[in-house]
Design a protein. Structure first.
Length: 405
């Protein structure tokens, strides 16, 4: 997603291609899915905390631990991905966005999956799983249709990540109902998100950074995409693949360590320190910093120098959640006509999610304080997404501020 001008305006002040009859929130994909994702992220955390203290029971037959992990990876996060893709793909292909009642239908499929798993004790696991498993394949078909129709073949790389995520969701359910731990599916899902960040991050981070630097009148722009970026992406995907397949050992440690170094160099080429005055841009660099940190922790965990679960959280919260919050805030501001600058509330939400990403993996270092760490990281998570709902909810549910003519 790039800094784009307002879409063409047709008669009546309605952006071209957007439904004039559906509610405002369903005029563009980012609106319902970003708001729904943030709300669900908060609800899942609240229900998880309540279940831990014994206040309620959630998805007993499915397993509350499995439910919590699933809803973070495939519930909240898949909604953010949907909001991004439904907004970005039309920009990439030049085609009209999914809008109006088709968007309502897609959002309801996502919502049905969330409610089905939450109420799986009554519905039964099989029925709940079938309902949940529908959303990602439908989203995949929509994105493939748009990319193929627009003949943007290079964007199929991003679609491959969505395909891997769809497969990971099905594998997750199969492993849970079979009584197995879904660790392979979790790693595949996290890897799919990180792969998309490697690819799309290489587009948006240097682009937004260049725009910011240009506004300040400087010319020390990020290094343009070249063969090194391609090599960094390949090394990153190779590290993820070996991590998923082999889990641990010296091969995983070596490849992941090399990928960490490549990502550090790549991030340095984007000159993130020049954006410190604008957190709306700087947070993208901070989020990407968790990519090499995640690879480093994978390498250490592969040779038993770090906890494997902590490595997962470094990537899932540090890389994925932080990048998603960064994209949600920027895209919402950009596509609703707001000034592209981070408010104090936005900055606090960034700080909360970054602290959450740093605190959550520390259970491996301080196991005696695990309960306190869980509580603190959970509260930080709630603060980050609660502030997003408070500040950006009104933006997502009101008419875009577009100038006519």
């Amino acid at each position: 997603m790039t800094d784009l001008p307002s879409p063409a305006i047709r008669r009546g002040g309605i952006p071209r291609g957007l439904s004039p009859t559906a509610p405002v929130i369903f005029s563009y994909g980012f609106r319902p899915f970003f708001l729904g994702a943030a709300a669900w992220a908060a609800v899942v955390m609240l229900l998880w905390i309540a279940s831990l203290i014994g206040a309620i029971e959630v998805a007993v037959d499915y397993g509350v631990v499995h439910w919590h992990a699933h809803e973070m990876l495939f519930g909240y996060a898949s909604a953010v991905l949907a909001g991004f893709l439904l907004t970005a793909v039309p920009n990439w292909t030049g085609r009209l966005p999914v809008s109006g009642w088709p968007l309502v239908f897609l959002f309801l499929i996502w919502m049905a999956g969330r409610l089905a798993l939450l109420l799986s004790d009554g519905l039964g696991n099989v029925a709940a799983i079938l309902i949940d498993a529908a959303f990602l394949p439908v989203l995949l078909l929509i994105c493939v249709r748009e990319v193929v129709a627009g003949k943007k073949w290079k964007d199929l790389k991003v679609i491959a990540g969505l395909l891997a995520l769809s497969a990971a969701n099905i594998l997750y359910h199969i492993q849970v109902v079979s009584g197995e731990h879904p660790a392979p599916a979790i790693k595949l899902a996290v890897s799919a998100y990180v792969m998309m960040i490697l690819i799309v991050g290489g587009r948006i981070i240097p682009s937004f950074t260049r725009n910011w630097i240009n506004k300040t009148g400087r010319t020390d722009f990020p290094t343009p995409y070249n063969r090194f970026d391609t090599a960094a992406i390949i090394s990153g995907i190779a590290a993820l693949a070996t991590w998923v397949v082999l889990d641990d050992g010296p091969i995983v440690a070596t490849i992941a360590g090399g990928a960490a170094l490549m990502q550090v160099i790549r991030l340095g080429r984007w000159r993130g320190w020049t954006t410190a005055a604008e957190m709306l841009v700087a947070i993208l660099h901070i989020a990407y910093l968790f990519v090499p940190l995640g690879y480093l922790v994978i390498a250490l965990a592969a040779i038993d120098l770090f906890d494997k679960t902590a490595a997962l959280h470094m990537l899932s919260v540090g890389t994925v959640a932080t990048m998603m919050l960064a994209v949600m805030t920027r895209a919402t501001r950009g596509h609703t006509g707001r000034i592209l600058t981070a408010s104090r509330t936005t900055t606090i939400s960034y700080g909360a999610i970054v602290l959450c990403a740093l605190v959550r993996p520390s259970t491996s270092l301080f196991p005696e304080f695990s309960n306190i760490i869980y509580a603190v990281s959970g509260l930080l998570w709630l603060l980050a997404f609660g502030l997003f709902i408070f500040e950006y909810g009104p933006m997502l549910t009101t008419v875009r501020r577009a100038k006519l003519g």
